[in-house]
Design a protein around this ligand. Structure first.
Ligand SMILES: [Zn+2]
Ligand SMILES: [Zn+2]
Length: 373
């Protein structure tokens, strides 16, 4: 029986295998195994949940028997983790017991691995505050918190061996690019004309966003900046392999789609906010039919967009007099301006060049010199 392993090659001949994994009951994805000259690397290690570890084993077995690869735990030089979410690093404990390979992650996601219990506690508390301020009512809030904590206690700290920054963002043949947003320390990994995009860019789903108030260096603003950074690479990338879903062959097109989706969502929120609303009310209008864990995802996604608009002054708090900030209370937002500025930002519109008043001679590029003063 075939396990559905897919094979790809980079333009310098690196051999890349996608090992399909069932990460959680409703989530499937991939670990990638790469062979280039004498280097063997494993990119992400699955969730460690259910059959995920066994599926990696079965995948490696097939690489040995069917493809003749050196796919043994002892042959792996590097285990590279794209970001600190359990569906990507949860298998680390299992992997570590079997290989001497060096395990690397970005330093901003290091605490998730090295100090998992602390991260969990801190984010749990911030999430609780966020849900109160978002206006999620009491009973529902506890339900959401229970769902959030589900499975989380199955994991414990398992520190990596190195951070990407300590290696100058280069590991063997791999170029590591920091793309914060979906996670503080999310990276994409470039090998020749192939990009391993983790959850930063996926083929069909727009990667989940949560407010930065829950975890610094996440948030929609960072995410969109990271998307722009990756869009500078698109000419040299012919294949993008995400941690979930199908391969992407038109990276530039996919980035544009994701940007457009976020702009549309931001516009919808601005339109709604001609009357004061909480994040929870906005979320119910944007994602009316969600239930269970998806309700948490929806309110986080909405919260990330509301935060983006609030950080940049498109919206403001309408019930400031009801808030004392010592005990969190629902926050109602109202629009402070229309969508024109938002659209201009998304259209990459450059500021008009500054023209010199008569008699003044500008010698440097004006908008750069004024920017730096
Ligand atoms: Zn993720
Ligand atoms: Zn994921």
């Amino acid at each position: 029986m075939t396990s559905g392993i897919e094979f790809f090659q980079s333009n310098s001949g690196a051999r890349i295998y996608r090992i399909p994994l069932e990460l959680f009951p409703i989530l499937s994805g991939y670990a990638h195994m790469v062979f280039i000259e004498d280097i063997v690397a494993l990119i992400d290690v699955g969730s460690g949940f259910g059959d995920s570890n066994d599926q990696i084993e079965a995948g490696m077995d097939e690489l040995r028997t069917k493809y003749g690869e050196r796919a043994n735990w002892g042959d792996i030089n590097y285990v590279l983790i794209t970001h600190g979410h359990v569906d990507h690093f949860g298998g680390l404990r299992y992997v570590r017991e079997r290989t001497q390979a060096e395990i690397g992650i970005h330093e901003l996601d290091l605490p998730v691995l090295a100090n998992y219990e602390e991260r969990l506690k801190v984010v749990e508390n911030r999430l609780r505050v966020f849900l109160v301020e978002a206006g999620v009512e009491n009973g529902k809030r506890e339900g959401i918190m229970t769902l959030y904590m589900l499975n989380k206690h199955l994991y414990s700290s398992s520190p990596p061996d190195f951070t990407f920054g300590s290696r100058g963002m280069r590991v063997g043949p791999f170029l590591i690019i920091h793309v914060p947003g979906h996670c503080p320390g999310h990276v994409v990994i470039r090998l020749d004309d192939v990009l391993f995009s983790g959850d930063h860019i996926l083929k069909d789903t727009s990667p989940h966003q949560a407010p930065e108030s829950l975890s610094l260096y996440t948030g929609l603003g960072h995410y969109l900046e990271s998307l722009r950074n990756v869009s500078q690479l698109v000419d040299g990338i012919h294949l993008t392999l995400g941690g979930h879903e199908d391969p992407i062959y038109d990276l530039g097109g996919r980035i544009q789609e994701i940007e457009a989706l976020h702009l549309e969502r931001l516009e919808k929120i601005l339109v709604q906010l001609n009357e004061p609303l909480t994040t929870s009310q906005i979320s119910q209008a944007l994602f009316p039919d969600v239930e269970g864990y998806h309700e948490l995802l929806a309110i986080e996604e909405t919260g990330a967009h509301v935060e983006y608009l609030s950080q940049r002054g498109y919206i403001r708090i309408n019930n400031l007099d009801e808030l004392d900030f010592e005990s969190p209370a629902p926050i109602r937002y109202i629009r402070s301006e229309g969508v024109d500025r938002l659209k201009a930002v998304f259209n990459h519109k450059q500021p008009e060049p500054i023209t010199a008043p008569e008699g003044v001679k500008i010698t440097k590029e004006p908008h750069i010199s004024t920017h730096r003063q």
